[in-house]
Design a protein around this ligand. Sequence first.
Ligand code: PXL
Length: 282
Amino acid sequence: MITMKKIVTIQDISCFGKCSLTVALPIISAMGIETAVIPTAVLSTHTGGFEGYTFHDLSADISDISAHWKSLGLKFDAIYTGYLGSAAQVKIVSDFFDNFGDEENFIVVDPVLGDHGRLYAGFTDEFVSQMRHLCKKADYIMPNMTEASFLLGIPYREADDEYYVKDVLKRLSELGCRVPVLTGVRFGGSEGAVAYDRDTGEYYSSFGKHVERQLHGTGDIFASVFTGAVTLGKSVQQALDIAVKYISECIEVTLPCADEVWYGSCFELCLDKLIGYTKGNF
Ligand code: PXL
């Protein structure tokens, strides 16, 4: 008998523009993992470049869904959160962790806050503070350098120096999470991610070729693949390698689609590669 692994992912639906649930759902499913979702909000587009987007908050539904699932006795191998819509919503998600987190599963928080040294539209200091609290409850967090700076309350600086990156990771672990993973780390012509395991004191890293073009939703792809890989029993090093290699592949297939890159990457065109990496075909 096969028992499928199950992840519940909690993030918004951006109806157009590839990020959050429209990325997490196909990617985690392609990895052979059952994906339950809790949509936190419905937006007409993502907030990274479109004007006049709509935003419908679904906070009230989260507690109802949670109560129903509790009555059904549902359990998940991993709980993974992405973009959350408001400080109040972060608190509701924190309660969800208390209800569904247990000794056998793990929690991943992608603290979606901003990029290039700035917060995304609509986010406030209060939101950052709530997100910091949520990170305390996580086993893994995966901020980019902007998000790490806001979480730690330090000035934004590029993650371009190994000592600085290691220091930031240590400080992130002091927020309370076991394995912080810093994304978008750039050393010379390489870009990738570095992780720190607080329990063992080990660092792990994986790098691909840096490409100047910024693709929206790359962080969501990274977090989805990493979470899927760890759920399947891969080590932190293997999960980093799979996520970084898939992102490199996504960038390569997206660059020729020049007009579309700011919507998000053409990750659909290389899901077959991801399935191969998941099965160990590097
Ligand atoms: O990719 C992160 C993300 C998710 N969801 C929404 C966003 C963003 C980043 O801008 O706007 C709605």
